[in-house]
Design a protein around this ligand. Structure first.
Ligand code: ZN
Length: 493
């Protein structure tokens, strides 16, 4: 799994698709694009929530925050997610796993719920069940719920139905199914508890830095493998959102880092939340009464460094907690409403291959071969190959103080740079691993270079095309502009 080799058909195909795509689109001037975006989006982004607010309707600095948490540590041995080479279920618990909720209600009564999970991720069918359960319990609609995965690789597989990508037998699959059903129930109850605990609060945010993330795309003679690349780009920022009581007492801290939660490897069979879990625990230990919640950034090509030992995970957790505390101890910016939310399912383009190209890929490294074989089977059955994959993208706009972009799946670091440019560098939080995790979303640059992050969708057949970058950036820009974020006229593309 760690040997990632460049695959030769990639470059030519990517370039050809890129040229065709670029020639078929004429970009309107930026102002017109914003205008069109605003008009198109009006129906989708009108603030949601009860029309009548009980609190001060004129002060956008006034919020209500509802907090809740639930222990989601598996109670029996269960197959752990993230490393296909594992050959047995978990053996004990190093640290408990949690689901945590923060419900925000702005001065106009608009509501949004953030759930953070010490879980690797789950796909659309589980996300839909979670959203349905939360709506039943709280009335919150899908677009009002943001699910953030810590992407721990020492947590359970979460799946309904068949489990792809792991050598799991039926009894172990049944354990996963039963854990997942219970988790869905727990998340409904968690949302209800958060709604019951709403209390007046203020919000502030700031950005710090932590040093242990490392670009993992190591270039070797034969291509790109998973290793370390000190010259490769990583996003080392630590965004922090703090909720405080009207008296100034800290209630909760939501913090991010763009680093794969993979300090621990396939050799580890003991449950934990890896560095992100240790960071949350450390903060909660040092700040009694405060709920700490972790949000992953664009980390698909970024690993912790060093890694491999439990001690490394603890150490990175402490480093990240210290970075968060540094932000909390400094001047933070006020975050005011109104809270405006957008949630869109966007069709991301997939590369189109000939049968001959797929046959060549099926002989390549595992991370390409499996997907290529599935596509060949489809061709043999006479089924058409998919042209797109639907991905949920969310944007949360906090007045004019902060934009939270929530991308789904495993997104490479380049997107932090692309979105900085397309949306403006300030008052921006770029998160990934949100709502659904279904595969790797590469940049055009990564696709042209090859390597593991080119593996595409892993819950269905398909490899993302280089145009995915343009589609996502343009969509997010439109969504943010539609919600009232001023976006720059000129940007890099
Ligand atoms: Zn991953």
């Amino acid at each position: 799994m760690n040997r990632a080799l460049r695959v030769f058909p990639w470059r030519g195909i990517s370039r050809r698709l890129n040229e065709r795509f670029l020639s078929s689109i004429t970009f309107p001037p930026a102002r017109a694009a914003i205008y069109v975006g605003v008009v198109v989006l009006l129906a989708g982004v009108i603030p949601v929530g009860p029309a009548v607010a009980q609190q001060n309707q004129s002060d956008p600095a006034v919020w209500k925050v509802g907090l809740a948490r639930v222990d989601i540590t598996p109670t029996e041995p269960i197959w752990l997610a993230g490393y296909a080479a594992r050959n047995k279920p978990s053996e004990g618990v190093l640290a408990p796993l949690f689901a945590k909720a923060m419900l925000l209600e702005d001065f106009q009564g608009n509501r949004g719920l953030i759930i953070t999970l010490d879980i690797i991720g789950f796909r659309e069918n589980v996300a839909a069940e979670v959203a349905r359960r939360i709506e039943e319990k709280t009335g919150l609609k899908r677009e009002q719920v943001l699910i953030c995965f810590s992407h721990t690789h020492t947590g359970p597989i979460v799946s309904l139905g068949a489990v792809a990508g792991y050598s799991v037998d039926e009894p172990n699959r049944a354990v996963i199914e039963s854990y997942t059903r219970r988790l869905i129930e727990q998340l409904g109850d968690l949302a209800a508890s958060a709604a019951e605990s709403l209390r007046p609060a203020g919000l502030q945010w700031g950005v710090g830095v932590a040093p242990f993330v490392m670009n993992r795309r190591e270039f070797i003679e034969r291509g790109v493998r998973i290793g370390f690349n000190p010259r490769g780009y990583v996003d080392r920022s630590v965004p922090v959102l703090k909720a405080t009581s009207p008296e100034g007492e800290s209630l909760a801290v939501l913090f991010g880092y763009a680093c794969h939660n993979t300090t621990l490897t396939g050799q580890h069979y003991v449950i934990s939340g890896d560095y992100a879990g240790f960071a949350q625990a450390k903060l909660e230990e040092e700040l009694p009464g405060v709920q700490a919640m972790f949000v992953t950034g664009c980390a698909a090509d970024a690993n912790p460094h060093p890694r491999g030992e439990i001690e490394h995970a603890r150490q990175h957790g402490s480093t990240l907690a210290a970075a968060v505390r540094e932000v909390l101890g400094g001047p933070m910016q006020p975050v005011r409403g109104p809270l405006k939310l957008a949630y869109r399912r966007v069709d991301l383009p997939l590369q189109q291959f000939t049968e001959e190209q797929l046959r060549a890929m099926a002989k390549g490294p595992d991370y390409l071969a499996g997907n290529a074989r599935r596509m060949l089977e489809m061709l043999e059955k006479g089924e058409p190959l998919p042209k797109t994959f639907p991905a949920p993208i969310a944007v949360w706009q906090f007045g004019t103080d902060l934009t939270l972009v929530a991308l789904p799946a495993e997104v490479v670091s380049d997107y932090a740079l692309l979105l900085d440019s397309a949306l403006g560098h300030l008052k921006l939080w770029v998160a990934a691993y949100c709502n659904e995790v279904f595969g790797y979303i590469p940049s055009a640059k990564v696709l042209s270079e090859g390597g593991y992050e080119c593996r595409g969708v892993y819950v269905a057949p398909g490899f993302f095309a280089p145009e995915v970058e343009e589609v996502i950036v343009k969509e997010v820009r439109e969504m943010a502009a539609g919600l009232g974020r001023p976006v720059p006229e000129n940007w890099y593309r």
